[in-house]
Structures are given as C-alpha cells and as structure tokens.
Design a protein around this ligand. Structure first.
Ligand code: SF4
Length: 327
C-alpha cells in the first residue's frame, strides 16, 4: 500500500482521485433529488431533496456559472455527485458533454445500477457505484462489467461503516476498483450515527478493522476525512487563490489576506485609482492590498470616512471570511 496525506493510502488510485488530490477536481452537485435515505447521508439539509445545482460553492443557474468556476480553479476534471445524478439525466448528459468539450476528466457517483445503454449515453471517464447502505450489492456486478467493457474505469465507492464481502468479490472479479471513505459526521447525519452507536471523534468515525477487511480488494484506496480537508480542499483553495489578482496575499492554507474598505465605494475607488493601486470592487466592499493596512494611505482613506479592516478569507465565490480585524 502507498501512504499519502492525512492517513489515506492505496494500492490503486483512480484518475479521478489523482486529480482530486491535486485539488483540481470541480465538484458538480447536479441535484439534491434522491430516492434513498441512507442513515449516513452527508448531504446538507439545505440541498437534500432540492433540485439545485452547485459547482463547488457556486450556485449554477447557467452554463456560464459552471464555466466561471472551472476557470476560477483552473479545473482539470469534474466530479459529478448529488443526490442522485441519474434522476436528472438530460442535465447530466449536457454537463458531461460540456466538460468533455473542455477536455476535462469526468467521474460520477451513482447509487443506481445503470446498464450498458445508459452508460453509453452518459460517456464519463469513470463511474463509482454506491449501493445505498450496502444493500443489494450483487445488482451492480453487470453495471461494473458493462462500464469496463465500454472503456470506463469503474468500481465501488462506499463509506466505511460495515463489511460486505460481495463487494470485494465483485471488484476482484472484474478488475474494478474499491474506494473506501472514512465515515464523516455532518449536521445531516450526526444524530443517526450516534443513535447507531458510532463513536464520533472530531467530525469522523474510526472504523479501522472494517477498512482492513476491504484491503482484500486488489485495487484498493482508503480516503480519510482529514485528507479531504488538508489535501483536497486546501489545494483547491490555493489553485483559486493563485488565479486572483496579485495584490492578495495567499497563505499556505489557501486563504487570502487583503484590506477591506467599506463606505462610499466611489470615493474609495477614486483614491485607489489616483494612487495607481489594484483593487476588486464587490457589492458590499472593495478589497485591496493588505499592505494598505500598514501604510499612510490607511489614514487618508479613514479621513474620508471610509471603514477599513484586515481580512483573511476563502478565495471562493462566496468569499467566506475567516478573520476580520477593523483598523
Ligand atoms: S444515495 Fe447518496 S444522496 Fe442519496 S441518501 Fe444515500 S448518501 Fe444520500
């Protein structure tokens, strides 16, 4: 087994995971609609059962929104998830076509054992089956066989909450992969996990003995909850931050530092332009170099009645503020 960041390891890493590890996979939440109700479902209650589309944090109302997010993070691939993507088939095929036209690697998660005819329609590079609560696993054998036959990489992706021997039998029979995810506790499934006696530490559940059993799969990958934060998410943030204007200071965690200016933004823009300084204007503020917070210009702007703060935030579309200090 090859050990990677945050306790994850593998004997086989699907292409989709390689790109995810680089932080270059855009997560396309294609619908919150789903006919299942897995006790461990991590999907937020804001999204579950709702027919909404998100590209990472960005709500998608048009193809342009999707393309903007691809460019913002210099994406190399798309991971299509939900809810159940197959419940919005036309939309799915549309976004797969668009992603392939942009030369992106596409992998999809589904709980439906789709057959060859449909597999040929969706044409993704990689398909990951998730039998809800690991029931009816044998139904997916033909789907995996068909997917491999038409040139897709295929396998199971499951949470590590119980051991199902048939999963190992099927993947080894068809040279398919097995991705096992550490069980993650979210606001959506916390109570259900506790009710079933799972010991939640921080925001995940240790089930090493179960994971060990799944190592019998020839093509095996274990992905920890911490990996998703410290490797995948952090690297995605850094990719987005590096695409922002140079005046933002990028931290090693992928957050950015800047000076936030509030008040009469027209007046602020005039002063910054006179000084030849770069800035970004948003509806609620202007962001400019964090150096302004230390320099004389700070006093000039404040004398004009403007409010200034030093801000650390995520570089993502919703600009989530991590820390803010008025100056
Ligand atoms: S199939 Fe996926 S989205 Fe649907 S309930 Fe189960 S975990 Fe949630």
């Amino acid at each position: 087994m090859k050990r990677i960041e945050a306790g994850s390891y593998y004997s086989y890493l699907p292409e989709g995971c390689k790109l995810c590890r680089r932080g270059s996979k855009l997560v396309l939440f294609i619908t919150g609609m789903c006919k299942n109700s897995c006790f461990y479902c991590p999907v937020s209650r804001q999204k579950f059962g709702k027919d909404v589309v998100f590209a990472n944090e960005r709500e998608v109302k048009s193809k342009e929104d999707f393309i903007e997010e691809i460019e913002a993070m210099s994406a190399e691939g798309v991971a299509i998830t939900g809810g159940e993507p197959m419940l919005r088939l036309n939309r799915l095929i549309e976004f797969v076509k668009l992603s392939k036209a942009l030369d992106l690697h596409v992998h999809i998660y589904t709980s439906i054992p789709v057959k060859r005819k449909l597999l040929e329609k969706i044409k993704v590079d990689e398909i990951r089956f998730h039998p809800p609560e690991l029931k009816g696993v044998e139904k997916y054998a033909d789907s995996i066989k068909d997917a491999k036959k038409i040139g897709m990489d295929a396998g199971f992706e499951i949470p590590a909450f119980s051991y199902e021997e048939k999963i190992v039998t099927i993947v080894n029979k068809f040279d398919a992969f097995l991705n096992v995810n550490q069980l993650e506790a979210t606001e959506a499934n916390w109570l259900a996990l506790e009710k079933r006696g799972f010991q939640i530490r921080d925001y995940y559940v240790e089930t090493d003995e179960i994971v060990k059993l799944y190592e019998r799969a020839n093509k095996f990958h274990y992905c920890t909850a911490r990996f998703k934060d410290s490797a995948q998410f952090r690297r995605r943030l850094i990719r987005i931050a590096m695409n922002l204007p140079d005046f933002y200071l990028v931290t090693r965690d992928g957050t950015v530092l800047c000076t936030r200016i509030e008040g009469d933004l027209e007046k602020a823009e005039k002063i910054l332009r006179m000084k030849g300084l770069e800035y970004q204007r948003f509806e609620d503020c202007i962001e400019a170099s964090p150096e302004i917070a230390e320099g004389k210009l700070k006093e000039v702007l404040k004398a004009e009645g403007l409010k200034l703060a030093l801000v650390e935030r995520y570089p993502t579309v919703n600009r989530t503020i991590i820390e803010l200090m008025w100056i």
